[in-house]
Design a protein. Structure first.
Length: 168
């Protein structure tokens, strides 16, 4: 079963950070900066999901509270795609992901995949066969999360919600 409309929780860089990423020589100039993101959690494919799953995730996220956290990347790596990464442990981001998973589980929100990938930003989905390279750190403070549907093969993101992060 091939993914058609996967649903993710993402962090999107602000415009000034998007501009830094777009300026990288290894960035795919054919993709708009509004598509740049770090996936914090993969949830399920909306195409195959029951109709009540999207509203259940939205309801669970409506009651989620977490503080903002930093994301910073200082390397470009070519794996299956060209990505911004770091060798730093990203402690705050990983703690955020763990808190998010706990919250969704406690509310019995549907999470068919429920994976929390190592935070990174894909800058070229085709790969470039070049070696890893160090770069000046590019980062931002994640102060909101987005629930985003990716339309596979269309380079399109559909935002289903945005939640600010705050210290309560």
């Amino acid at each position: 079963m091939r993914a058609r409309n996967p649903l993710y929780i993402q962090a999107k860089p602000p415009p000034h950070v998007q501009a830094q990423i777009v300026a990288l020589a290894r960035n795919d100039p054919g993709r708009g900066p509004e598509l740049l993101h770090a996936t914090l959690m993969s949830l399920f494919d909306l195409h195959y999901a029951p109709a009540d799953w999207l509203p259940r995730i939205i309801a669970a996220l409506d009651s989620f509270s977490a503080p903002p956290f930093p994301l910073a990347f200082d390397r470009i790596e070519n794996r299956k795609a060209v990505t911004l990464r770091t060798r730093e442990p990203l402690v705050e981001a990983r703690a955020f992901q763990a808190a998010l998973v706990r919250h969704l589980l406690e509310r019995r929100a549907p999470m068919m995949l429920g994976t929390t990938p190592e935070p990174h930003v894909t800058i070229n989905y085709r790969g470039d066969r070049l070696r890893a390279q160090k770069i000046a750190p590019i980062g931002w403070t994640v102060d909101a999360i987005l629930l985003v549907e990716s339309v596979v093969g269309k380079a399109t993101h559909i935002e289903h919600g945005r939640w600010p992060l705050r210290t309560d």
